[in-house]
Design a protein around this ligand. Structure first.
Ligand code: MTE
Ligand code: MO
Length: 438
């Protein structure tokens, strides 16, 4: 469709919805605008050195309470995973301060960037030790990409987690989808570095290793190194945050979070994978027959409505803008459909802003809520033709029977879950998680 036609269609849709504003929303004609606040107190100098947000803005990451994870220093359970508050965000770039965090039990190390080195070795002609300055001298690329942990939206039973957030009616979009975030990343393509080191043709894999106490490491197939993997030193225009891997991280666009090794200090080219803990016993999917799938890499296409979403309350019937994010680990989003009647009919949502491959894409749909109970959901499609599956389709593919009862009974659940997310809007305007109950 030409952009002219689509913007015309958008205009018609929006103006039809706005025409009802009179009925749905009251805009008082004689209202007084509030007086400007008085002469402000002088702010501390640090706020001019490095800006901070208004004290009225309070969105924050939340930990994943009730999930496993033991502090290696204190031997006691701790929050595992800090989630992005999608319901309070706009557009497609996650503020760096609110990017989700998964560290396997360790705090971010304090690395001096001047001392830090990246070693590239193994099946290469010329092994190297690179400093940050060496990397700054090489051709840089800046790209917008999401990262998503394969544990995001996981539908996991009592067997693994004492409290499962995903399935309960009170879950917010931060609980269900908070382990995904999107940034503009800057660094050097791994393929550029390969020209310098001369990789041997026997190389089929590379192993990336982090510098924290636990030395997180991961095997990644060679084709990703030749395609779009990057060694990244900046996020949203400034050096990486410690929690995101300062001073260096690997970025494997569209691959499950675990591959994006933070505090990157070593890349070794090999002819086989290493079979480390986090590619055998962790981050693998259990099948119905009790065996596990290894080496899944790309995140499937996924979308979620972020407003209105779980625990929000609609102020009243009438016009509301439905908005959310869509993404795919395989390419660009080409279509997002929204249903406002529990999946009986679907409408094409408008894509807002620029579409980047393997990146958050914002969608919106104008909606006239008549005050009845209903269920909202979204469904994304990417440029490989993949369509976000329903829970029934996921069950069929994995041979599962996901439901509250099935999970309570201790049956396998699944991570890598990209099913359609339903939100129930109740007659009083309250919104709740409707997974497994539509
Ligand atoms: N060095 C190191 N890299 C790591 C991890 C880690 O614990 N240590 N966690 C991985 C996992 S499982 C995920 S989902 C992503 C999360 O990236 P983020 O914390 O920047 O959001 O980092 C990956 N890279
Ligand atoms: Mo992860």
């Amino acid at each position: 469709m030409s952009s002219k036609r689509s913007s015309r269609r958008r205009f018609i849709k929006t103006s039809a919805a706005l025409a009802s504003l009179g009925a749905g929303m009251s805009l008082p004609v004689n209202a007084q605008i509030p007086r400007p606040p008085g002469y402000p107190p002088r702010r501390p100098d640090e706020h001019y050195d490095y800006g901070i947000r208004s004290p009225f803005v309070t969105s924050k990451r939340i930990g994943t309470n009730g999930q496993r994870g033991t502090d290696p220093r204190e031997g006691r359970p701790r929050d595992y995973g800090f989630r992005t508050p999608h319901h309070e965000l706009f557009g497609t770039i996650t503020p760096s301060s609110l990017h989700f965090i998964i560290n396997h039990g360790y705090d971010a190390p304090n690395i001096d960037p001047v001392e830090h080195r990246l070693m590239i070795h193994g099946l290469v002609e010329r092994p190297v030790m690179l400093s940050l300055d060496d990397l700054y001298r090489l051709p840089a690329v800046s790209r917008v990409h999401f990262i998503e942990c394969s544990g995001n939206s996981n539908v996991t039973g009592r067997r693994f987690y004492p409290g499962w957030l995903r399935t309960q009616p009170e879950a917010t979009v931060q609980d269900t989808h908070g382990l995904a975030s999107c940034s503009e990343w800057t660094g050097v393509l791994l393929s550029t570095l390969l020209e310098h080191v001369g990789v041997k043709k026997e190389a089929k894999w590379f192993i990336a290793e982090g510098a924290e106490t636990g030395f997180h490491s991961k095997s990644i197939p060679m084709w990703k190194a030749l395609d779009d993997a990057m060694v990244v030193y900046a996020q949203n225009g400034e050096p990486l945050r410690p929690e995101q891997g300062f001073p260096l991280r690997l970025l494997t666009p569209g691959f499950e979070g675990v591959n994006n090794v933070k505090w990157l200090r070593r890349i070794k080219f090999t002819d086989q994978p290493q079979l480390s803990k986090r590619e055998t016993s962790n981050y693998t999917s259990e099948r119905a027959d009790g065996t596990f799938r290894w080496f899944e890499f790309e995140n499937g296409t996924k979308s979620v409505i972020t407003r209105p979403s779980g625990q929000m309350k609609l102020s009243g019937p009438g016009y509301h803008d439905i908005t959310g994010i869509a993404y795919s680990g395989r390419g660009a989003i080409t279509r997002v459909e929204v249903s406002t009647n529990g999946g009986r009919t679907w409408q094409d949502a408008e894509i807002q802003g620029t579409i980047h491959s393997k990146a958050f894409t914002r969608f919106r749909l104008p909606w006239l809520w008549k005050g009845e109970e209903t269920v909202l959901m979204s469904r994304s499609t990417d440029d490989k033709g993949d369509v976000q599956p329903s829970v029934a389709e996921i069950n069929q593919e994995l041979g599962l029977n996901l439901s509250h009862e099935w999970l309570e009974a201790g049956n396998p659940g699944t991570s890598h879950f990209n099913g359609i997310q339903p939100w129930r809007v109740k007659r009083n305007g309250e919104v709740e998680n409707a997974l497994f109950t539509v």
